[in-house]
Ligand binder design. Structure first.
Ligand code: VGL
Ligand code: ZN
Length: 230
């Protein structure tokens, strides 16, 4: 474990030193992210409940794991988000009787449940930070940056800024919900933001996926493929 961690770090750092300012500019001009010390990979909610067999399973959600593992080792900065709800959370259908509010879901990702754990095969040992979200009973948070009241910050924006990160590559689950909101907020925070298509899977409710891509594009979020990572 320690050896692999050390090797991954060395490889990442070695890669970063080869990335010159000119290379960064040319990558951006081609719509590709430079993967350097100012770039963070944000892995959104790759948790059991969002995978087949989970309580809010995203179709083929588990297929993102291998892709995330493969690209994860290329980034020296990696952050995970983790959907993390108390029992009786306001987003749970079980918390509502009669008329349902707009966004309700099956109970999922409750504190300390197996469903809230990261997928067993997720293997990015050098990930540095886990940002938990949605842990206040009355407020949900799709975004890794800003909760659904659109006021309460998670601290992720400040963390990335303090660490000199200016570019975010967002992957994970679900494309049209937590990836979408996280990418939009990353762009709003002034980060150059990319979403890697094959490293995400969607819930796709009533056109939500097409709308998510359009809303992200409107904010300048770039939709890329794994191959665009160079
Ligand atoms: C998510 C619905 C509810 C997600 C989280 O990770 O996309 N979706 N909570
Ligand atoms: Zn949730």
């Amino acid at each position: 474990m320690t050896d692999r961690f050390t090797l991954d770090r060395r490889a990442a750092i070695a890669g970063a030193t080869l990335f010159t300012a000119a290379a960064v500019r040319s990558a951006a001009a081609q719509g590709r992210p430079a993967i350097d010390a100012q770039t963070a990979l944000i892995v959104v909610d790759v948790q059991n409940d969002f995978c087949p067999g989970g309580r809010l399973a995203v179709p083929k959600g588990d297929e993102v794991v291998a892709v995330c593992n493969a690209i994860g080792r290329r980034f020296q900065n990696v952050v995970f988000t983790q959907d993390w709800h108390p029992e009786g959370h306001s987003s749970f259908a079980s918390s509502h009787t009669g008329k349902k509010p707009f966004d309700v879901w099956p109970d999922h990702c409750t504190w300390d449940s197996a469903g809230a754990e990261f997928h067993d095969s997720l293997d990015i040992p050098h990930a540095q930070t886990i940002v938990r979200k949605g842990y206040r009973k009355e407020v949900d948070s799709y975004s890794g940056f800003l909760e659904a009241d659109r006021k309460t910050t998670t601290g992720l924006g400040g963390y990335l800024k303090e660490r000199g990160v200016s570019r975010a590559v967002v992957v994970g689950l679900a494309t049209d919900f937590c990836v979408n909101w996280t990418a939009q907020d990353a762009a709003k925070a002034g980060l150059e933001t990319y979403v890697v298509e094959e490293a995400c899977r969607a819930i796709d409710l009533g056109g939500s996926l097409d709308k998510a891509w359009a809303d992200m594009a409107a904010l300048g979020v770039k939709r890329i493929k794994v191959a665009d990572l160079g």
